[in-house]
Ligand binder design. Structure first.
Ligand code: CO
Ligand code: CO
Length: 348
């Protein structure tokens, strides 16, 4: 955590930023080791960082924080702490109204965006972070296997989701990483078909996409099955997605760009004539946020590096007929991609 702060301070020096204000909870956690529910803010002043929390969060923050903690009664006190700041470094997500208040009440005239330096830090996971993500993936693997067992004709999608979300918590997750997707039949053609009250029917393709939030870090996995025996078309699109996914996982390695990796899967799906039905990017970074950098898409030229954790999740979605997606969370190592979610992929 000390190194993270050192890199931020270096960035401040290089960009003539005298103070930084961090408000986004995942970033507060990243630099302090705690993420107060009722709000917490890090102010970096020169090379010293302090965590400011409202009174009700003080005891817990003091226990967890790696930074010195100061409590405040009213948010107005933050404006006082920031008075005489020449250039304040802020996150792009900071609210417009807060920026207006910083101008008005703290007299700050100049702001600089610090998103890039935070991105450069968070995009490469440390050994400790990887161990936590591996555990989050293990919980997701167990949940996906449970979902496959749970899916039967007549059951509602939401019942299946409830069962696996319960199981994730019983296995140590704080909560699901996102609303569990159990998308059956025609709904499987919706990439974000969050479990509904639809009953699962015989012959349905069912897309199961879930993740666990464990110790602040996320995991993400998708498997697709058919209730009963698949028909020819279902098997065909499944085989195409499976081939694209496996070949992209095999090809992923340090030195290639996110765009190049996306192209590998996209070309395979195109060759089989389903290019128009692969309607999203191949994947995304996973960490403190479920969707972070890099974006594995045609628009991201980020060079993959050792220590990045990304998903590889091609899909084919044919309106009304149904869809197939297969997703793993993988770690980029010097030898290529290592699958962190390990559930069997040959499911049809
Ligand atoms: Co997913
Ligand atoms: Co994903």
């Amino acid at each position: 955590m000390k190194e993270r702060l050192e890199k931020l301070v270096k960035f401040m020096d290089e960009n003539s930023i005298d103070r930084v204000f961090i408000a986004k909870p995942v970033n507060v956690y990243y630099f302090s080791g705690t993420s107060p529910l009722g709000g917490g803010y890090i102010i970096v002043d020169g090379d010293e960082a302090t965590l400011y929390v409202p009174e009700l969060e003080y005891e817990m923050a003091k226990e967890e924080s790696k930074l010195p903690v100061v409590k405040f009664k009213k948010f107005d006190e933050i404006y006082d702490f920031l008075k005489n700041t020449k250039t304040l470094g802020i996150e792009g997500t900071l609210s417009y109204s807060l920026v207006e208040n910083f101008k008005e009440k703290a007299g700050i005239k100049e702001f600089k965006n610090i998103d890039d330096v935070i991105k450069d830090l968070r995009i490469i996971k440390t050994k400790e972070e990887i161990e936590i993500i591996e555990k989050a993936c293990e919980i997701a693997d167990k949940a996906v296997i449970a979902a496959i067992e749970e899916i039967t004709e007549g059951k509602r999608e939401r019942e299946v989701a409830a069962k696996v979300e319960y199981l994730m918590k019983m296995n140590g997750a704080e909560k699901p990483a996102f609303d569990t997707i159990i998308a059956s039949g025609h709904r499987s053609a919706l990439p974000h078909g969050v479990a509904s009250d639809k009953r699962i029917e015989k012959g349905d393709l069912v897309v199961i996409d879930l993740g666990a939030l464990y110790n602040h870090y996320n995991s993400d996995i998708t498997r697709t099955i058919v209730v009963g025996s698949p028909n020819e078309k279902q098997r065909e699109i499944y085989e195409v997605v499976l081939e694209a996914q496996k070949r992209a996982v095999k090809a992923a390695k340090p030195g290639m760009t996110a765009k190049e990796l996306d192209s590998i899967a996209r070309e395979i799906i195109k060759e089989y004539g389903y290019g128009d039905y692969f309607i999203h990017s191949l994947g995304h970074g996973v960490g403190l946020e479920i969707h972070e950098w890099p974006r594995i898409s045609q628009y991201d030229e980020t060079v993959l590096k050792e220590g990045m954790v990304i998903t590889i999740e091609p899909g084919i979605y044919i309106p009304k007929l149904g869809g197939v997606r297969i997703e793993d969370t993988v770690l980029i190592t010097e030898n290529g991609a290592k699958r962190l979610t390990k559930t069997e992929r040959d499911l049809l």
